[in-house]
Design a protein around this ligand. Sequence first.
Ligand code: FES
Ligand code: FE2
Length: 438
Amino acid sequence: MPPIDPTRLVSDDRVHASVYTDPQVFELERERLFGRAWIYIGHESQVPEAGDYVRVALGTGQMLLVRQTDGSLALLQNRCTHRGACLATEPRGHVARFRCPYHAWNFGLDGHLISVPMADGYGGELKLDDPALQLTRAPRVQSYRGFVFASLAAEGPDLVSFLGSLASALDNMVERAPEGTLTQAGGTLRMAYKGNWKLFMENATDLVHPSVVHESSVAAARAHRESLAADPQTAQTLQMLLSNGLAMPQWGEVPLHADDQGHVYMGGFYRSGVIAPEREDPVYTAYRAALVERHGESDTARILAVDRFNNLIWPNLSVNSRFGVIRQVQPVAVDQTVITSTCFRFDGAPPEMFDLTLRFLNTASSASSMVASDDLELFERCQRGLAASPEAWLDIRRGRLSEQRAADGSLDVPGTSELAIRNQFRAWLAHMSEGGVR
Ligand code: FES
Ligand SMILES: [Fe+2]
């Protein structure tokens, strides 16, 4: 089979179906994109003490993020170097060392081989310091304000350059915490769909789809407006569902901003009730006062004025700073994807602010969400449609002619543009080239 040439599959106005369906393309993405780019893997608050670990996904691989005795972080291959067994099967834990459950080889927190049983059975042939017997470590692991990213490439752009203008989404989430720190809390939600991973990232800032795809939940919210509004437990859900019912011209008024690394953010569109950007109820007043105490009045106003919804750090992280929520996109196979959603406490905020976060996540991103289930259904329909006609070309031209690139390469356009998809594919092409992004 001839090698894949990504440049023949994508242009500024169309994308070839095989980009979503061909296992060879997926394999090339695994190698050149997920094998090189900075990928979000977890949050520092998940591993506060030396010996704490969490099992994390990096591309299709599974690794362990481990807090070291000197306070640094290591990302280790979750695979014993003896016969390949996974060392840790629990999602998180605390260990003094990793003991393989198969034949009890022992590894240190930094991945070095400490001991093997029946060592004399090797007649001196096995050396504990043999590089091939140590757990593989990701060459680059770096934290940005508590958010931990890793790259499997020893060289490449530094993390801050990679994050580009979207570092501001992480900054804003941290600044929204009155004590200046975030704590991951509230568990994890997972959703799987039978479709390509890119479908999720393309959808997250596609603002033509909500009033179409989510029509039924908007209608249900409108029909039961009074009863849902009367109960504080459902009032937030009501507002969230109603907000998806904007008319097309109103979606066009939501700003989209993209930078040339493939990252993009969209403006906020929640205006009413408990999900409005600023409120006057006692909980919010206490929260705001705590922020003023830390930042002063004018910085607090600046922080709270950042009203964005999905911030996409391409290729696979969606951040909602206002609600303290992130979603990670994990490619499993060319037609299988897992979305993991987690959320954060704003340390120092009234506890009720976290209730808002949990309800936001459950309404928008749980497997039983009336919103997310619509999107997943469409991703699977797209995948089925594409699999049935792998020679098709897909159209991505909406809003193309009105794009105006600023001097720094960034683009600001109306929300109904398909800019985000085009921009993600510009980045895709850069990463998928042989030399990658430098
Ligand atoms: S597979 Fe781990 S000790 Fe044998
Ligand atoms: Fe949607």
